[in-house]
Design a protein around this ligand. Structure first.
Ligand code: PEP
Ligand code: MG
Length: 891
């Protein structure tokens, strides 16, 4: 016989915290609390397996369920000394849903079940309080009517409001038994009118109606959507908890409350919550009366804290709080009721908390000896650190949403709308807060992005130019907000019926992708000492090294401040856009004879050498990977006529010739065109100049500081070993020349990015000529899925929302597809060269889920934008702990 029903409380505990899958979170914790001796009203849980069986059998219950429920109900009757449906001393019960994980959208609580016109008189008699009995009855009809029978809740509220007006009372507690009796009659009429059915008076029918409503709600559209969004399988099912009622609304020595064992917003170790005297559960959250604080410490003069109003129950609650924290070893969110000064526990669960609270609670609990340091590391969600490192929107601030895009770079920022990078710079120089709004950004906008408070684009995905660059700089960015139309000419942006002009204010929330009209207040980040403590603990356990993607001295400084252990990707093309160099870059590209090209390249050499030298200095001996020029040349070309004329003059060529050259360089699909090492092969002078600049800078800084600098030169977009053969050989020739000229040598590495499927598949061959691999998972995702990283914003969110893809693959690695190629590339590379150093420098290097995967694959390091370094350090530690645990041999 299958056991479908588990009892708890009243001396029989058949479940426990470990049985969450079968009993749901609520049921498992009620049984657990009862088994450690806490005052839990007796009850029983109908298991999640009943829910699954119910749906598998065409909405029918297992045959032996009714018998098991009857036995368990009888146990409650015996424990309480009351009888369900008895006209003199009726047992009343609550019915609540409870899945494995808390699931909004499911059926809510029904209280006071078992009341009808007869039992209400029995309750009035046994409690000696007719007002309380009739108040309980009307609450029951209200809850059951709306939750189980589907009557709109406001129908009941409207009638209640009307009665209060007629009676001229403001507070529910001032309503007499007689008046409640009238309300009950009115409620029953509402039910009949709205549903065409009489309100059920048979307690057994009420019970099964409520149980069926819980199971029915598992498949309602709201619960269905929630499950889809949170990857909860439908076959988990929900449990149903039936529990003896205790009453917080039986007089002034009764109360009900909801509280947290520590402050869930700051993490402070003080009892935090609210309670109401003479009230039932839903009153606290419904806002009908103003709840009062728990602790006297937190109470204002006019408030009535529980500590002073119900001192006995409060003292008992403090004892329970302590017991619960020691038992569960985590902050708990609890619900309780006090009936005639006696405390009863109705629920406990792990409390939700802010990032700051999660951090403080984890560190405090480790120091208090409640948990280990390793557990503390696992208690803080890495992505939540973003909330600590960037300003966030004030949760209490009013706001009007304009549109929503992708949450491309975290933080919150407000500023005036500006449509060009040049104007952003001008206005920012005058001290104004501005937001750069573009359809999409290009390398030419980088200076404006830097000067802006935030960046908004209407096109592009999570690895589009705007997203990658903004993350790198720590600027807020919302990308691909497709419902916004930008008109550069009219200097307006339009979303639905809203038309905003240049200079109007908007606010971006880079954590959610929301765009708001006007200025929404923000809260600055605060980094506590707990933050560095946690980072230190994480560093002690992680195996993966963490580097940063950085090219400017600013980025490198930030990266070090956040604990980066080197630079994993310096995108040299970002250094080509400074006003002092872009002219030379353009001449280099446009020159039609090699002498003019050589002159332009020579002019660029000192700039690059200085750039690299400052990176080496800042990183003082830590590894620095410098990638040679990657993007297609047309990205650097002049767009405007005046710029074209300037270059023509400098090169002594005609404007027409330059225009023709510009047209010749344009490509139908530049992402798959003349870029990466293909450029280095067609224009070897460019790579030669860069290699020379790197080696000269390394020698210079080594001499200056006496530190051994080991530069890592990285060749991008290699698909075939022959490409790396050629570019490596050319680089080695330059290195040898520099060593000869400088009369010295130093160690260096030449490696490649693995960012094309062919490179991953042929990694064993490529490894013969590579000292290291760095997986470029942005391009690898783009090329493996055949999904443009710049155009994905227009349809990818739909894919994710509708379950075609579990997550945006540019954010979190597609383990089966792209991940499979990373694994293959790593294994094949190491089969050729066991010492091959392996890293990842795509945006996935800062994503906690992807980091867990890279730990499994055995990469040596991840590299991510500087602001993500702490996230990566913590995620790497958690991944290492997880892997260690998985490797433990079961006893
Ligand atoms: C990549 O492709 O993953 C990468 C790091 O290079 P980029 O984003 O510059 O193309
Ligand atoms: Mg790339």
């Amino acid at each position: 016989m299958t056991k479908w029903v588990y009892s708890f409380g009243g001396g029989l505990n058949e479940g426990g915290a470990g049985m969450r899958n079968l009993l749901g979170g609520k049921g498992a914790n009620l049984a657990e609390m009862a088994s450690i001796g806490l005052p839990v009203p007796p009850g029983f849980t109908i298991t999640t397996e009943v829910c699954s069986a119910f749906y598998e059998n065409g909405n029918a219950y297992p045959d032996d369920l009714a018998g098991q429920v009857a036995t368990a109900l009888h146990r409650i009757e015996t424990a309480m000394g009351l009888t369900f449906g008895d006209a003199n001393a009726p047992l009343l019960v609550s019915v609540r849903s409870g899945a494995r994980v808390s699931m909004p959208g499911m059926m809510d609580t029904v209280l006071n079940l078992g009341l009808n016109d007869e039992t209400v008189e029995g309750l009035a008699h046994s409690s000696g309080d007719a007002r309380f009995a009739w108040d309980s009855y009307r609450r029951f009809i209200q809850m059951y009517g709306s939750v189980v029978m589907g009557v709109p809740h406001h129908r009941f509220e409207d009638l209640l409001e009307q009665s209060k007006r007629t009676l001229n009372v403001a507070d529910d507690t001032a309503i007499s038994a007689e008046s409640w009796r009238d309300v009950v009659e009115g409620y029953k009429e509402i039910v009949l009118r709205e549903t065409g059915k009489h309100f059920p008076s048979d307690p057994q029918a009420q019970l099964w109606g409520a149980v069926s409503a819980v199971f029915g709600s598992w498949m309602n559209p709201r619960a269905h959507t929630y499950r889809r969004l949170h990857d909860i399988p439908a076959n988990w099912g929900t449990a149903v908890n039936v529990q003896a009622m205790v009453f917080g609304n039986m007089g002034e020595d009764c109360a009900t409350g909801v509280c947290f064992t520590r402050d869930p917003s700051t993490g402070e170790n003080i009892f935090y919550g609210e309670y109401l005297v003479n009230a039932q559960g839903e009153d606290v959250v419904a806002g009908i009366r103003t709840p009062q604080p728990m602790s006297a410490l937190r109470a204002a003069a006019e408030q009535r804290p529980m500590e002073t109003v119900l001192p006995e129950a409060y003292a008992e609650l403090l004892r329970v709080r302590d017991l619960l924290e020691k038992h569960y070893r985590d902050m708990q969110d609890i619900e309780f009721t006090v009936q005639s000064n006696t405390l009863y526990m109705l629920q406990t669960r792990t409390g939700k908390r802010t990032a700051a609270a999660a951090l403080k609670i984890a560190i405090d609990m480790a120091r208090e000896g409640l948990i280990t340091q390793e557990e503390a590391i696992q208690r803080v969600p890495p992505a939540s650190l973003d909330q600590l490192l960037h300003p966030t929107l004030d949760p209490n601030a009013e706001r009007t949403q304009l549109a929503r895009g992708l949450p491309a770079s975290p933080g919150a920022a407000a500023g005036a709308i500006v449509f060009t990078a040049e104007e952003v710079e001008e206005r920012a120089a005058q001290g104004q807060d501005v937001i750069l709004v573009r359809i999409e950004t290009s390398p030419e906008d980088v200076h404006g992005m830097h000067a802006a408070r935030g960046v908004l684009t209407t096109r592009g995905g999570m690895t589009s130019h705007a997203a990658v660059v903004a993350r790198g700089m720590g600027r807020v960015c919302v990308a691909g907000a497709g419902s916004i139309h930008v008109d550069y000419k009219a200097q307006t942006l339009t979303a639905g019926s809203h038309v905003l002009k240049a200079g109007d204010w908007i606010t971006l929330d880079g954590g959610t992708g929301a765009v708001y009209i006007g200025k929404v207040a923000t809260i600055p980040p605060t980094l506590s000492g707990d933050f560095s403590t946690l980072m230190g603990w994480a560093d002690d356990v992680r195996r993966l090294r963490v580097r940063a993607n950085a090219e400017t001295p600013d980025d490198a400084e930030t990266a070090r401040k956040f604990g980066a252990e080197g630079i994993g990707l310096c995108r040299t093309e970002h250094m080509f856009f400074g006003p002092d160099r872009i002219g030379h870059v353009r001449q280099m590209i446009m020159a039609d004879e090699s002498e003019a090209r050589a002159r332009a390249i020579d002019a660029l050499l000192p700039f690059q050498r200085d750039d690299f030298a400052s990176l080496f200095r800042i990183m003082s001996g830590l590894p620095v990977t410098i990638r040679l020029l990657d993007p297609p040349l047309h990205e650097f070309l002049p767009h405007g006529e005046t710029e074209l004329v300037d270059i023509a003059k400098a090169l002594g060529q005609s404007v027409e010739a330059l225009r023709a050259r510009r047209a010749a360089l344009s490509e139908a699909n530049p992402m798959l065109g003349h870029r990466g090492c293909r450029l280095g092969i067609s224009y070897p002078e460019i790579y030669a100049m860069q290699v020379r600049a790197i080696m000269e800078a390394a020698i210079l800084v080594s001499r200056e500081t006496g530190e051994a600098i080991v530069p890592e030169i990285m060749i991008p977009l290699v698909g075939m070993k022959t490409e790396l053969d050629r570019t490596r050989k050319a680089a080695e020739d330059v290195v040898a020349a520099v060593f000869g000229e400088q009369g010295t040598t130093l160690e260096y590495l030449i490696g490649t990015m693995i960012e094309l499927p062919r490179a991953a598949i042929t990694a064993a061959q490529i490894a013969e000529v590579a000292d290291f691999f760095s997986f470029g998972t942005n391009d690898l995702t783009q090329t493996t899925l055949g999904l443009s990283r710049d155009d994905a914003g227009s349809f990818l969110p739909y894919y994710v929302d509708h379950g075609l893809l579990p997550k945006d693959p540019f954010v979190s690695i597609d383990r089966e597809g792209v991940g499979g190629l990373v694994r293959l590339g790593a294994e094949s590379g190491r089969s050729t060269k066991p010492s091959l150093k392996l890293g990842v420098c795509g945006e996935h290097g800062g994503d906690p889920d992807s980091i867990a995967f890279f730990e499994q694959v055995g990469l040596d390091y991840v590299s991510c934008s500087p602001f993500r370094v702490p996230v990566a350090r913590l995620a790497a530690a958690q991944a290492a702990l997880l892997r260690r645990k998985a490797a433990e041999v079961p006893a």
